[in-house]
Design a binder for this molecule. Structure first.
Ligand code: CO
Length: 149
């Protein structure tokens, strides 16, 4: 079901400072920065590796306001790993199968994530305390949207 680790989501106070840290320390390449109002974050994707199953990234997350999920996370826990994103081939099928195994879904339906991906979060209490995100890469997502029309 899971095809790869798509990204590690890291909560940061300053996107610019964190981008500098990851590019200067590890030589990572910044691919994109995006603002997602619905999630209350400004984010940056830095590519770690390309592989046949799809690329993997570090996702840096800066809250737009204190009263957002990442803002509350920073207040509670400080900077650090916020969630893990796993690649899946078909996010709708994956959500259905995972839900059937008793894991609660934060997102019953996929929504738009970084770089055009379809994403959905699983409830951390049902995944051993890890906020877990499923990611269907954009090409597969587009093909599926096209097929559904
Ligand atoms: Co993510």
């Amino acid at each position: 079901m899971l095809t790869r680790i798509d990204h590690i989501g890291v909560a940061v106070r300053s996107l610019e400072t964190a981008i500098d840290l990851y590019t200067q320390t590890f030589g990572l390449t910044l691919v994109t920065t995006e603002t997602h109002e619905d999630q209350g974050v400004r984010e940056a994707m830095l590519i770690v590796a390309e592989a046949p199953a799809g690329s993997s990234y570090v996702q840096l997350l800066e809250p737009l306001r204190e009263d957002t999920p990442v803002g509350r996370f920073l207040a509670r826990s400080g900077e650090g790993i916020h969630h893990v994103g796993y690649g899946v081939d078909d996010i709708v099928v994956a959500l259905r199968e995972i839900s059937a195994r008793g894991v609660r879904l934060v997102d019953e339906r996929p929504r738009h994530g970084s770089m055009g991906a379809a994403i959905a979060f699983l409830h951390p209490k049902d995944v051993g305390g890890v906020l877990t995100e499923l990611v269907q890469a954009p090409q597969a997502a587009r093909a599926q949207e096209g097929a559904g029309q």
